[in-house]
Design a protein around this ligand. Structure first.
Ligand code: FES
Length: 199
């Protein structure tokens, strides 16, 4: 891969596809950019019959549930990063970067777990919880996802801003433009080998 190209581009398809096919964002950009429809109970701007998402490229919106599976896997790596963000020079510590990464991963988790596809998957597609095995746990999972789902739009925006902020913050720190303040150091965990490098 050329040096000027970020390796992050190799994984960008998953978060980008997840957001682009998200039901909330679809509603927003269909209304704002395509005026199709402009709003609920408002007629079509163009004299044409609505044909749904059955043709290319919009048929690709049906991939949303698969992007959800990818997003759930990515969350595991993001939470591993959160743990690493709290280990600074071999000690458990709290820094500006730790908080930025914690905020972005927390809001991303809430955005992912409030997904309409996940709600359908855990119980929304069922007509009767008491008629199936493990109906109780499925009902509780569905209730939790439903609770989060009511605020899906909020999680969508909060996570978008939190991720952008965390990415910018980490980038500026890595370039030496800003210095990451360490607020508190708690426990020493391990010694970091001295590589003879003084920042
Ligand atoms: S509906 Fe928005 S992330 Fe699935």
């Amino acid at each position: 891969m050329p040096g000027w190209l970020s390796p992050a581009l190799l994984v960008l398809w998953a978060p980008l596809g997840f957001r682009a096919t998200c039901y909330y964002y679809r509603k927003a950009y269909y209304r704002s950019f395509f005026a199709d429809p402009v709003a609920c109970a408002v007629g079509e701007a163009r004299p044409q019959a609505y044909c749904g998402e059955v043709k290319f490229p919009f048929i690709l919106q049906n991939l949303h549930r698969y992007f959800l599976y990818a997003a759930l896997i990515f969350l595991v790596f993001l939470w591993a990063d959160v743990v690493r963000a709290f280990v600074i020079h071999g000690s458990l510590a709290l820094a500006g970067g730790s908080l930025a990464i914690l905020a972005s991963t927390t809001t991303l988790t809430l955005y992912t777990f409030s997904c309409h596809s996940l709600r359908h998957l855990v119980g929304g597609k069922l007509d009767c919880f008491s008629c199936i095995a493990s109906g109780g746990p499925r009902y509780r999972a569905w209730s939790w996802v439903t609770f989060l789902n009511e605020h899906h739009m909020g999680w969508a925006w909060a996570s978008l801003f939190a991720v952008c902020f965390a990415d910018l913050y980490v980038r500026l720190c890595s370039m030496g433009v800003i210095h990451d303040p360490v607020f508190a150091t708690f426990v020493h965990l391990f010694d970091v080998p001295d590589k003879g490098f003084t920042p």
